[in-house]
Write a protein that binds this ligand. Structure first.
Ligand code: F42
Length: 147
């Protein structure tokens, strides 16, 4: 999908540092959101405009080997940029532990979205509050193993 040489670290320092520490330790360090103790995954996507490799930590919302990717961005008024990347190119890498694996994502609607939204809130309760802070409907993608 992507070449590591094209990796462009996040401009957000805490995000960049989390990805670096997570990858360097094979997921044994920097594997929670700050001091919440709640686990994260790292999603690698291809920049929809630049083609650069983007690495995004997200909360770990897992069920039967699949993951929900929740574009909450703390309830900010606009979607995170990675949402546009996933809409343009649905093949991503997800690292949840020692190594990344390839996944295919699709954006959820209707009852399927509700089902996974409930799982997301169970895994990370602040998602519910984030939805009340923004007019936009928070996008939820489902990632399934591609290989
Ligand atoms: N964000 C969430 O939305 N949900 C979560 O569950 C979540 C958990 C989380 C846990 C730990 C942690 O460290 C961070 C966490 N975040 C979570 C924050 C998340 O990692 C992202 O930082 C946040 O969602 C913002 O995503 P973003 O893609 O908008 O990132 C910004 C800071 C960014 O990197 N912007 C780049 C830039 O240069 O400004 C561009 C990124 C990009 O992909 N650009 C595309 C390109 O072509 O390269 C273009 C995209 C377009 O709009 O066409």
């Amino acid at each position: 999908m992507t070449k590591e040489a094209d990796y462009e670290p996040s401009p957000a320092g805490w995000v960049r540092d989390q990805v670096a520490a997570y990858e360097a330790s094979g997921g044994t360090r920097a594997n929670t959101l700050r001091d919440t103790g709640l686990p994260i995954i790292v999603v690698t996507s291809k920049g929809a405009s630049t083609g650069k490799v983007r690495k995004t930590p997200l909360m770990r919302v897992e069920h039967d080997g699949r993951y929900a990717l929740v574009g909450s961005q703390g309830g900010a008024p606009t979607h995170p940029r990675w949402v546009h990347n996933l809409r343009a190119e649905p093949t991503v890498l997800i690292q949840d532990g020692p190594e990344p694996h390839r996944y295919t994502v699709r954006e959820l609607e209707g009852p399927e979205r509700e089902e996974w939204w409930d799982r997301a809130v169970a895994a990370y309760p602040p998602y519910a509050e984030y939805q009340t802070k923004t007019e936009r409907r928070i996008p939820v993608f489902l990632a399934s193993r591609a290989d």
